[in-house]
Structures are given as structure tokens and as C-alpha cells.
Design a protein around this ligand. Structure first.
Ligand code: PLP
Length: 440
């Protein structure tokens, strides 16, 4: 039994107040904005989230990886309040503010660029991807963009075109942006060796898509929505080499992997590969909408004046939160913490895998971990229903879990990195109970 009780359940899940609100939701909110969990938030703190019925959960979803510093970190809240009392908006390209520049300076210090680099800010991850492609096209004067099987890069036109998964993201929503090409992403567990992926890419560049037509390769160092599939470092290094040889730019999508999730500030650091451009978002501002494109200065300077922008490009309140996030990382040692939490959770997942043959794979880096559930240990067919059942059972035990993967059969860890050891234990206890119940 877990030692502490951060989890506190007052009602069955969903509780009566939640049910009443969700009935009203159905009348005014479009069906495609379907709820993943039948929970309505009241307040959150650190790794816990309390619903309107007074039930407190440990949150392993982190608002889909946006809360590496946890819910409502006091330093973030203070920074937001302070900035909100000064001014909320000017549009940085109309009236500038020093906060934008100070944050760019500080973030670029942490980014894996060896030479001069610059940063441009936006709101969501999808905007960062859209703009990264713009920077790449303006610099290379080429149109093509290569992405990978099972990639997820967002839901607006260019990013959705780069996203691989058809259901539910793309079905019936085409036509998509042209000049997007796709090759397999390495996935040893699903029978795609890195060498095969590389061969497919090289062959494409030889026979059907000459490099002189390709602006960029867009890659997640660890696929997020795709199921936390980890790209081998030497494969990422080989992409870098191909880019160097051909003038194609390497755009690294760190939207889900960034800000300490893997135990480094950015996941690409594990491979020692320098990107040309990098997209960041999610945990950058502790839940406030902020994203960015960071890149080599000459590439970032390539579009003509005014070609990059928008009304809300680097909101000052979100930037104040982002600055506080970096303070929290430094003062609370969250990179080491990600490593520690990751080791504990991975250790337990591996034990479960030995006990339950329906856990086909356990993988990840640092605190970016997932288990892949299958219907049969030999055939290894993805078992979405089992993953759904585990997540439901976990919610009933006070742990919020998120699925991932092309087949929705993976369960991923995106817990706040400020989570205490006792809360990790409590969460794992709930998860284990959920696994036992779902497999019974
Ligand atoms: N890129 C990656 C790797 C992501 O995981 C996501 C979102 O999950 C995006 C881009 C899109 O970000 P957003 O949902 O903020 O538009």
C-alpha cells in the first residue's frame, strides 16, 4: 500500500457535479471536442488535480505534457500575476517588450545550437511547426518537406499534412498541403530497423525526390502521439549527415520532448545532434499558450520582413510564465528529477512486463515513458481496448493516465516533474491495481 494519500476520492468517477456539467457541455460544445476523461477540473497543485466533486487525482497526463513544472507552480502564478498587472498585450511586432528579448536570450543559451541562433515565439505547437517550415522554405528556396510514419506535428494545414495518423486527425479533412513526403520511422518493436528507415529515405532522395527540391526533414527525436517511440541516436546522426550533404534543413520537433521530459532540456541533446531549426511548445510556459521556433540565425533571418508574425506572437504573460519555468528548472533541479522519476517508473513497468505478457514493450527516455499493450505476447497485435480499460480503472483509483500510439494501445507517462517520491509510489500503486483489474 502506498504511504501517502495525495489521491482522495469523494465520489464515484464521474461525480454528480461533473455529470451535470458534462451534460451541459454536450449542448454547446461540438462533438469532435470529445472528452478523454470524464473529469471537470476545479483546481490543481503540483502533480495533483482536484475535480468539481472534490476528488483529487495524481495527474500523469500533465495537460498532455504541458505541466513539467506542475499545476499552478507558485512561482509561475506570481510571475503571471505580476506581468498581468503591467500589460497583457501589445503585439510584439508593433510595440516590443524587453521580456521577449530576455527570454529569447535565456532560452537560446540552453538550446543545442553551436553558433549564433535566434528565436521567434508563437502560441501553439502547430504554429511553431507551420513557421519552422516557412523559415526552411524561405532559406532553402525549396518546397518539399519530409516527415515520418506515425509522426504528429499538429492540426493546422501544414502541420496536419505532416502528421501521419489518419484517424481521427485527417480523415475527411483533406486536401492537405502538397510537397509533403513520408518515410518510415525506426521502430524496432514493430519491425522497422533504423537501417531500413534510412535506406527508404536515401532511396527516395535518389529515385523520386531529388534533394534540391527538399527544404526540410521534420523529426520528433522521440515520437509523442506516435507512442513514445525512441529514435536511435545514430539514426538521428545519419539524418544530420544527409542534411549536411544535401542542404536539406533538419527541423527537430521538441514540442512534447522538450523542457526536461527526457532528463535533458531537449531530447535531441541525447544524440548530440545539432538541429537547424527546433520547434518548442507545451511545457515551455507551464500551461499558458506559448510556442517557439529556435534556429540558426541565418535561417531565421531568411524570410522577408513581415513574412513571419501574427497578432499574438509571444504573449507577455505567457513569456513571464516561461521565464519562471526556467527558474523552477534551475532551482528545483528538474532535469535530475526527471531522470530519477524515470528510473523508478521504468523499473516498475519492467517488473509489470515480466508479470503480465500483455505488456509487449516498455520504452522511453528519462520521464518520457510508455508501455505498449498487446492482445497476445507472440502475435503482438495492438490492444487498444486493454489500454482504454487500464486508463479507466486507473481514473477510478485516482490516477489520470493518457494513451498514445497509432493504435491508441500505449499508455504514456507525462507526470509533472515536481511530483514527490511518495506521489510516484502512490501513482504506481494505483496503476498496478488498474492493470490487475483490467487484465482480470
Ligand atoms: N508536435 C508534437 C510532437 C506534438 O506532440 C504536438 C501536440 O501534441 C504538436 C506538435 C502540436 O502542438 P499543439 O497541440 O500545441 O498545436
Amino acid at each position: 500500500m502506498a504511504a501517502t494519500r495525495s489521491i482522495h476520492l469523494e465520489t464515484a468517477i464521474p461525480g454528480p457535479r461533473t455529470r451535470e456539467i458534462l451534460l451541459r457541455k454536450d449542448k454547446v460544445v461540438p462533438d469532435p471536442l470529445a472528452l478523454y476523461l470524464p473529469i471537470v477540473a476545479s483546481h490543481g497543485r503540483g502533480a495533483t488535480l482536484t475535480d468539481v466533486d472534490g476528488n483529487t487525482f495524481i495527474d500523469f497526463t500533465g495537460g498532455v505534457g504541458c505541466l513539467n513544472v506542475g499545476h499552478a507552480h507558485p512561482r509561475v502564478v506570481e510571475a503571471v500575476q505580476e506581468q498581468a498587472s503591467r500589460f497583457l498585450h501589445t503585439d510584439f511586432t508593433i510595440v516590443a517588450y524587453d521580456l521577449y528579448i530576455r527570454y529569447a536570450e535565456r532560452l537560446l543559451e540552453l538550446a543545442p545550437f553551436r553558433g549564433p541562433a535566434k528565436a521567434a515565439f508563437f502560441n501553439a505547437g502547430t504554429e511553431a511547426i507551420e513557421n519552422a517550415v516557412k523559415f526552411a522554405r524561405a532559406y532553402t528556396k525549396r518546397a518539399g518537406v519530409i516527415a515520418f510514419d506515425n509522426a504528429f506535428h499538429g492540426r493546422t494545414l501544414m502541420s496536419l499534412s505532416l502528421t501521419s495518423k489518419w484517424h481521427p486527425y485527417k480523415n475527411g479533412l483533406g486536401p492537405f498541403a502538397p510537397e509533403v513526403y513520408r518515410v518510415p520511422y525506426p521502430n524496432e518493436y514493430r519491425g522497422v530497423p533504423a537501417a531500413d528507415s534510412l535506406r527508404a529515405l536515401e532511396r527516395m532522395l535518389e529515385v523520386s525526390l531529388p534533394a534540391e527540391n527538399v527544404a526540410a526533414i521534420v523529426v520528433e527525436p522521440i515520437q509523442g502521439e506516435g507512442g513514445f517511440v525512441v529514435a536511435p541516436s545514430n539514426w538521428l546522426g545519419a539524418l544530420r549527415e544527409i542534411c549536411d550533404e544535401t542542404g536539406i534543413l533538419l527541423i527537430v520537433d521538441e514540442v512534447q520532448t522538450g523542457f526536461g521530459r527526457t532528463g535533458r532540456m531537449f531530447a535531441i541533446e541525447h544524440a548530440g545532434v545539432e538541429p537547424d531549426l527546433m520547434a518548442v511548445a507545451k511545457s515551455i510556459a507551464a500551461g499558458l499558450p506559448l510556442s517557439g521556433v529556435l534556429g540558426k540565425a541565418e535561417i531565421m533571418d531568411a524570410p522577408v520582413e513581415g513574412a513571419i508574425g501574427g497578432t499574438f506572437v509571444g504573449n507577455p504573460v505567457a513569456l513571464a510564465a516561461a521565464m519562471a519555468v526556467l527558474d523552477v528548472f534551475e532551482d528545483e533541479g528538474l532535469l535530475e528529477r526527471a531522470q530519477r522519476i524515470g528510473e523508478t517508473i521504468r523499473g516498475r513497468m519492467v517488473e509489470w512486463q515480466q508479470a503480465y505478457d500483455r505488456i509487449g514493450d516498455v520504452r522511453g527516455v528519462g520521464a518520457m515513458l510508455a508501455m505498449e499493450l498487446v492482445d497476445d505476447p507472440v502475435l503482438g497485435r495492438p490492444d487498444r481496448e486493454l489500454a482504454v480499460a487500464v486508463a479507466e480503472e486507473a481514473a477510478e483509483r485516482g490516477l489520470l493516465l493518457l494513451r498514445a500510439g497509432t493504435y491508441g494501445n500505449c499508455i504514456r507517462v507525462l507526470c509533472p516533474l515536481v511530483i514527490s517520491d511518495a506521489e510516484v509510489e502512490e501513482a504506481l500503486y494505483a496503476w498496478e491495481g488498474a492493470l490487475e483489474a483490467a487484465l482480470a
